[in-house]
Design a protein around this ligand. Structure first.
Ligand code: ZN
Length: 91
C-alpha cells in the first residue's frame, strides 16, 4: 500500500481533506462536515449509503399507483401531445 503525503496540520491526506462534505445538519443545527458518500450529498451517518424507501407496491404508503414516476411521466407526455395537436389545429 502506497502512502499519500500529509499536508499542513491535518492528519488527513489531501485527497480526503478535499472530498465533498456532508450537507446535513446535526441535532445542534451545525453542519455535519463529514466526508459525503461518493456521488451523494450526505455522509454515511446521514443516509448516504441508504437507498431510501422501496418503490411501488412494496412501499406501505402505496395506494393506487396514480402518483408513481411512470404514471406522472405518462400524463405529462399525453399533455405534451395534446398541446402539440392543439397548436397544430390553430396554426
Ligand atoms: Zn453527515
Amino acid at each position: 500500500m502506497q502512502h499519500e503525503p500529509v499536508c499542513g496540520n491535518s492528519a488527513e491526506p489531501a485527497r480526503l481533506a478535499n472530498a465533498p462534505r456532508c450537507q446535513a445538519r446535526t441535532k445542534r443545527g451545525a453542519s455535519c462536515r463529514s466526508k459525503a458518500v461518493r456521488g451523494k450529498r450526505v455522509c454515511r451517518m446521514h443516509g448516504g449509503t441508504n437507498k431510501g424507501a422501496p418503490r411501488g407496491e412494496c412501499n406501505g404508503a402505496y395506494r393506487h399507483g396514480g402518483e408513481t414516476k411512470e404514471a406522472v411521466a405518462l400524463r405529462a407526455a399525453a399533455r405534451r401531445l395534446l398541446r402539440a395537436l392543439a397548436d397544430e389545429a390553430t396554426a
